[in-house]
Write a protein that binds this ligand. Structure first.
Ligand SMILES: [Zn+2]
Length: 142
């Protein structure tokens, strides 16, 4: 059997492509399954599939941004995940967390080169903190 091949899963379906004969088939996949050996419907070869549900999101959304406080202080942050309703999770540097520079309820904005459309405009509010480096942020309606 060949090497593990990564397939993207969207809405619990994958576009399978046989490693041997390149036959394609759109297949349903169960949630929570990461690896699956799939037998080709044409040639019978088995392809080792790694199911990746996050490829697109990670590619688009992981990255660094600059968070700007109301006082104009600029803080380098790592964006972790972005939920559908406009909230996102991010990580601030430990020294900023220790100094308690940012607080829940505070308004911030972002400078973000890799995704200016998402973060480059608009105001956000800090809605949660884990007391350490993780913050939850929500976009404020204009
Ligand atoms: Zn095949």
């Amino acid at each position: 059997m060949g090497k593990m091949i990564i397939f993207r899963v969207i809405n619990n379906r994958m576009q399978f492509k046989c490693e041997m004969c390149e036959a394609r088939r759109n297949l349903p996949v169960q949630p929570n399954i990461r690896n699956r050996n799939i037998r080709c419907h044409k040639c019978g070869a088995i392809t080792r599939c790694q199911l990746n549900r996050r490829l697109t999101r990670r590619e688009l959304q992981s990255g660094k941004a600059t968070m700007v406080t109301r006082e104009g202080r600029k803080i380098a942050v790592n964006i972790h995940d972005i939920s559908i309703n406009g909230g996102l999770g991010l990580e601030i540097p430990m020294r900023i967390a220790r100094a308690k520079v940012v607080k829940v309820g505070e308004e911030v904005r972002f400078e973000c080169k890799w995704n200016p459309r998402l973060l480059g405009s608009g105001r956000f509010q800090i809605i949660s903190t884990d007391g350490q480096q993780r913050l939850g942020i929500k976009k404020l309606s204009r």
